[in-house]
Design a protein around this ligand. Sequence first.
Ligand code: UT7
Length: 338
Amino acid sequence: MTKINKTITANISALGMYVPDKILSNFDLEKMVDTKDEWIQERTGIKERRITTDGQATVDMASRAAERLLQTRNISAEEIDIIILATVTPDMMFPCSASQVQDKIGATNAWGFDLSAGCSGFLFALQTGAQFIESGTHKKVMVIGADTMSSIVDYTDRNTCILFGDGAGAVLLEPSTNGFGLIDSKMKLDGSGGKFLKMPAGGSLNPPSHETIDKKMHYIYQDGKTVFKFAVKGMADISYEIAQRNNLQGDDIKLFIPHQANKRIIDAAARRLKLKEEQVLSNIDRYANTTAATIPIGMVEATKNGRLKKGDNLIISAFGTGFTWGATYIKWGLTFDE
Ligand code: UT7
């Protein structure tokens, strides 16, 4: 991907997030598998995560995040042109969950679709949504990252069950002629990494059967060590490249919002960019890895608590199943109380 000069940029003009009320702490997990709060905190930075209850799933969380976004922007759902929902845990294989969000929020003039890129899903969806704004064909694109990871986590597997949580975050993209929004991005895909992080069954290759259930093939499988190694290098290198080619060094970067998979991966990427602690957003202690939702949730929190203001330089970056990874440089164009 090459950097181009844009006359219209896709600005993030509104935000919304939703996480379920129920907290699953490390101490709760100690009662479920052979693990310890100290181990989880030391190896991942996670203290607790949010988990859906009572049949709540991805569409519901995504719709709540979308509704909060509409309230803060003070617009009706009918004004939305497109809904792009990044998720690996749609409510069903089909129809796409974006269609159910469209119906739930009443976005009667929108079209849309789901996008599957794992933990890079929001980044890829944001990049996709920006194309519709930059080309001038659409004015209001809603990009949502939402995942109900608890629906595919095996709570008897200590290697994976400690890592994930549920949540949703939504952003609105609108045109800017003042240079706010997405300035530059680089995205990567390497399918040779697919075997290291996957949910093997439920698709057309291994449709559901007694055998797939007995073999626990409807849960997340991860070779954590290998993914960790690729994630550290992938996220650090691509974030560094985006910073370099936009002449951003040290204090030029107001905030770095990396995907929240492991605090040690976040720290490694931050070290490569030579960032201080206050320049890096980390909320993995409270939400764990919510897959496509980590970055938009981070954006909401950073804007609410004043860590991101209009004109600030933001870099977002992610690494996930596929392998997929990427980084985007955003000139932030929103202040919370606007
Ligand atoms: O967002 C998508 C991308 N995903 C990621 O980026 C995740 C990447 N991977 C990771 O974050 C880390 O690899 C993990 C957190 C999953 C694991 O950390 P690690 O430092 O790589 O630990 P390990 O897999 O090397 O395991 C070390 C030991 C093992 O015991 P033995 O074999 O040395 O006796 C594990 O069985 O820790 C054991 N272990 C645990 N112990 C207590 C694994 N899980 C746990 C646990 N509690 N929950």
